[in-house]
Design a protein around this ligand. Structure first.
Ligand SMILES: Cc1cc2nc3c(=O)[nH]c(=O)nc-3n(C[C@H](O)[C@H](O)[C@H](O)COP(=O)(O)OP(=O)(O)OC[C@H]3O[C@@H](n4cnc5c(N)ncnc54)[C@H](O)[C@@H]3O)c2cc1C
Length: 410
């Protein structure tokens, strides 16, 4: 494990910092990162777009993209350094990650020249926002079980079905959708991938109100929605290949983690809250619990450093990087629950009424989502057991069976 920048990495960090110093304000380390976009379609989206355009003008947008697409062909470690540096400044949260991190690379790999010319630049500049229309009510972990259909009609495809958990669909101009085009093929083989205009007739977006109050994701219904064949990404019935490209990029763009309230914030809270009339920090069981969180947080951070060292040496992190989210997401949930306990009855308050503007309550309410997105805890355990520990793989009742012949309850 190596904690120091190489001379090249230090030079890159200095260059990034110089530009950020000149273009953004440093964030006080005790202040949480700027919040997510609560205002639907409002100022939050505009602010994020302005910041993205500024970065694009200076060559700091999508830095890992090849130069021909407007990136700077930066290495993975340079991307990590850039994210660390940008995170030190008061900048709007990015709402472009799904497009730039996952869908753009898919178009670059599988798209036609016409698609690359049309979509990549506005995506890089944040002018057009993209969403990922993969999950369905009965196809999440088992994505290849998707049932939304696309049927060829002249030069168009007619799409019917439902997607769910579509992050940001209400702000998006474009979506990338996987559909079933041959139900008689085995389930991974009859899938086709398209770019869909989210403003097309037959697309209905219904925001889902989440437990924490915001509507980060949506249900999206397709009723006889027409997609021109020129928006097909890859060959007919070969969409699984594109889907895998998107999902591989999802894994690497989720990777870094971090952010949110930490042990330092917990210590501050324990000094403010009272237990039996005394500051909670004076209670040895409180101190023990915080020490336990500290140890586990450090363990995670060193595991992350091992991954970063591997990236810095040019190696791609293996399936063991699944451990970061598997351990980190429940840890955040436990820390948030403990912080709410420390607050006593006031722990049930939210937003401005709650201590520290409700950061712990928000973290607790958001934690279950973190344990699902990008691979649920159980799926990550399957990955670790099969691909790290070499245990036998799961039974597959659908292997080699036509999708239409797979028994189903729906
Ligand atoms: C914050 C967030 C953002 C998201 N954004 C998007 C988005 O933009 N676009 C999109 O398409 N989707 C998105 N999703 C959906 C996400 O991809 C799915 O939630 C995820 O794949 C799990 O699918 P599911 O919710 O259908 O659960 P299911 O797959 O139905 O799982 C239900 C339960 O069964 C368990 N389970 C399933 N299969 C197995 C197995 N083989 N072995 C053991 N246990 C198993 C799961 O772990 C889980 O506990 C988002 C989800 C979240 C939480």
């Amino acid at each position: 494990m190596d904690f120091e920048d190489t001379p090249e990495e230090a030079a890159f960090r200095a260059e990034a910092r110089a530009w950020l110093d000149a273009n953004a304000k440093l964030r006080n380390p005790d202040e949480p990162p700027m919040g997510m976009l609560e205002e639907e379609g409002g100022g939050g989206v505009k602010r994020a777009q302005q910041w993205q355009a500024k970065k694009a003008d200076a060559g700091w947008a999508c830095i890992t993209w090849p130069k021909e697409y407007g990136g700077r062909a930066a290495s993975s470690i340079q991307s990590v350094i850039w994210n660390q540096e940008e995170g030190r400044y008061r900048t709007p949260p990015s709402i472009f990650g799904i497009g730039q991190g996952m869908l753009g690379p898919t178009i670059m790999t599988h798209g036609t020249q016409e698609q690359k010319d049309r979509y990549i630049q506005p995506m890089l500049r944040g002018e057009e926002i993209w969403c990922q229309l993969f999950s369905e009510p009965a196809a999440g972990s088992d994505l290849a079980g998707l049932r939304t259909t696309a049927v060829k009609d002249g030069d168009d495809w007619v799409v019917n079905g439902q997607k769910i958990w579509t992050t940001g669909a209400q702000f998006c101009k474009w979506g990338m959708i996987v559909t079933r085009t041959d139900p008689h093929a085995v389930k991974h083989a009859g899938i086709t991938y398209f770019i869909v205009d989210m403003e097309s007739p037959g697309v209905e977006i219904r925001p889902i109100k989440q437990i924490a109050g915001a509507s980060g994701f949506n249900e999206v219904f397709f009723t006889d929605c027409r997609i021109p064949d020129k928006n097909r990404v890859g060959a007919v019935n070969d969409g699984w290949r594109g889907a895998i490209t998107t999902l591989m990029n999802e894994r690497s763009s989720i990777g870094a983690g971090g952010g949110g309230a930490g042990v330092k914030d917990l210590l501050r809270l324990a000094k403010q809250c009272k237990r039996n009339g005394r500051p909670a920090i004076e209670d040895s069981s409180v101190r023990q619990q915080i020490a336990d969180f500290y140890i586990r947080t450090k363990g995670l951070s060193y595991t992350g450093s091992r991954t970063l060292t591997a990236i810095s040496k040019g190696t791609t992190p293996g399936p063991e990087s699944s451990i970061g989210k598997l351990v980190g997401a429940p840890l955040r949930q436990q820390m948030a629950a403990f912080a709410m306990d420390l607050q006593g009855a006031a722990g049930s308050l939210v937003n401005q009424d709650a201590a520290e503007e409700g950061i712990w309550q928000l973290a607790w309410l958001g934690a279950p989502g973190m344990r699902l997105a990008g691979g649920t805890d159980e799926i990550l355990r399957n990955i670790v057991s099969e691909r790290v520990l070499g245990l036998p793989s799961e039974m597959r009742a659908d292997k080699g069976v036509a999708f239409s012949d797979i028994p189903t309850g729906s």
